[in-house]
Design a protein around this ligand. Structure first.
Ligand code: PLP
Length: 416
């Protein structure tokens, strides 16, 4: 079959596809320890709360209504109105339902937004800038044209206790005239980094000066799911596109992404959505609307979700540091998201090779080199020295996985 250029780009077997296949294969091996993917934890209190909510809405007919009707292309009005109210009350943001569009997962929103604001324009080609690599792997293959991403190398500060933290290197960050959008995840997948308020304000200034929007991917952030352990201020203004999601709250199967942006961008997304989807799914918004109305979504995120992940993150840091002390292993300071980012400085093999060796022993982690889309420097060894570990899985599995990792790293000692 002869495919179009679009077909060729979106059907090729990308590195990430190979990896997802491997993760799936791992699932077929009942003994494999899966610390790779990005699935949120099944938190018992949350599962009970979701079940009660579903039972209630099944009984009163709301769930059936949601399944039996299309919403508008921007998503369920009652939900977007309730959410605008919540964000006004919580943060004083001057927004209404005209500032909100829903999509089938925030992954779909990135596809729309990247290709709306970057790519081929009448007289020039524009790109998306990731000011801080490493960045979310899911952005990397979502452009309609080639070479649409550029990324900035971080500066690295070594912290006490074997931890480190990435910062945006504003001295070398080059926002050239062909940049159409600046994009960051906060908290960041894969590192658990949370950009400081100063970094966000600085990016906002740069974006405004250049006349381009700043996209902040808040999939793990506040006010929900609130998987964020440092005190930072939520950020939005009329030059910001804030993307949120119901996934990491514990509902990835609902496929509900949320975009908060100026009304012109929202209108454009609505038009795109009408053509591509007719309408986004209504189950997630229907289930969550009562919790948005009464603020329960914030209470559960604050009292159940954040403490669960924070405890698990630090427990895993302790286990890792006992098994592989610094300086062999440095861990990015866990400030949010579901992952620990492990840096083996001077690792004598490529992270892909380490991934293979671990996989042969039944442990699945994600090799770090996939997270550097847009970095132009192939010689930068740091890209090959990191691994991502999902710490949100069962603690027994995490502990067993760490033993395999420690043993495999130990065997490399002679060549290090
Ligand atoms: N943003 C980040 C940083 C993520 O890690 C993920 C999923 O892992 C997403 C967005 C996409 O989430 P969804 O499409 O389920 O809303």
């Amino acid at each position: 079959m002869d495919y179009s250029l679009f077909g060729q780009k979106f059907t090729r077997h990308a590195g990430i596809t190979q990896l997802m296949d491997d993760l799936n294969q791992g699932l077929l091996n009942p003994d494999a320890i899966m610390l790779g993917g990005g699935n949120p934890a099944a938190i018992p209190e949350m599962q009970t709360a979701f079940s009660q909510q579903m039972a209630q809405q099944l009984a009163d007919g709301d769930l059936l209504q949601a399944l039996a009707n299309y919403d508008g292309p921007k998503g369920k009005d009652s939900f977007t109105t309730a959410l605008a109210g919540l964000l006004q009350r919580e943060y004083g943001w001057p927004i209404s339902a005209d500032n909100i569009a829903l999509t089938n997962g925030s992954q779909t929103a990135f596809f729309y937004l990247f290709n709306l604001l970057a790519g081929d324009f009448a007289t020039q080609k524009k790109k998306v800038l990731f000011p801080l690599a490493p960045e979310y792997i899911g952005y990397a293959d979502s452009a309609l044209c080639e070479e649409m991403f550029v990324a900035g190398k971080p500066s690295i500060s070594l912290l006490d206790d074997g931890l480190f933290k990435y910062h945006i290197d504003f001295d070398t960050l080059d926002v050239t005239d062909d940049i159409g959008l600046i994009c960051v995840s906060r908290p960041t997948n894969p590192t658990g980094n949370v950009l400081t308020d100063e970094e966000i304000l600085h990016l906002d200034e740069i974006a405004r000066a250049k006349g381009i929007p700043l996209l902040i991917d808040n999939a793990y952030g506040t006010p929900f799911p609130n998987i964020i352990f440092s005190d930072v201020t939520p950020f939005w203004n009329d030059n910001t596109i804030l993307c949120m999601s119901l996934s990491k709250l514990g509902l990835p199967g609902a496929r509900c992404g949320i975009v908060i942006a100026p009304p012109t961008v929202i209108q454009a997304l609505g038009n795109l959505s009408g053509i591509i989807n007719l309408a986004p799914g209504g189950i997630g918004p229907t289930l969550m609307r009562p919790w948005v109305d009464n603020g329960e979504i914030i209470r559960l995120s604050r009292d159940i979700i954040r403490p669960f992940y924070e405890q698990r993150a630090w427990q895993t840091v302790d286990l890792l540091q006992q098994a592989i002390p610094a300086p062999r292993l440095r861990i990015h300071k866990p400030e949010g998201a579901l992952f620990l980012w492990l840096w083996f400085e001077g690792l004598p093999i490529h992270s892909q090779e380490l991934y293979q060796r671990l996989k042969e022993r039944g442990l699945i982690l994600v090799p770090g080199h996939y997270f550097f889309a847009g970095i132009q420097d192939p010689q930068w060894r740091h890209q090959q020295e990191c691994m991502r570990l999902n710490y949100a899985q069962h603690p027994d599995n995490v502990a067993a996985g760490i033993q395999i990792l420690a043993q495999t790293i130990d065997e490399l000692a002679d060549t290090w």
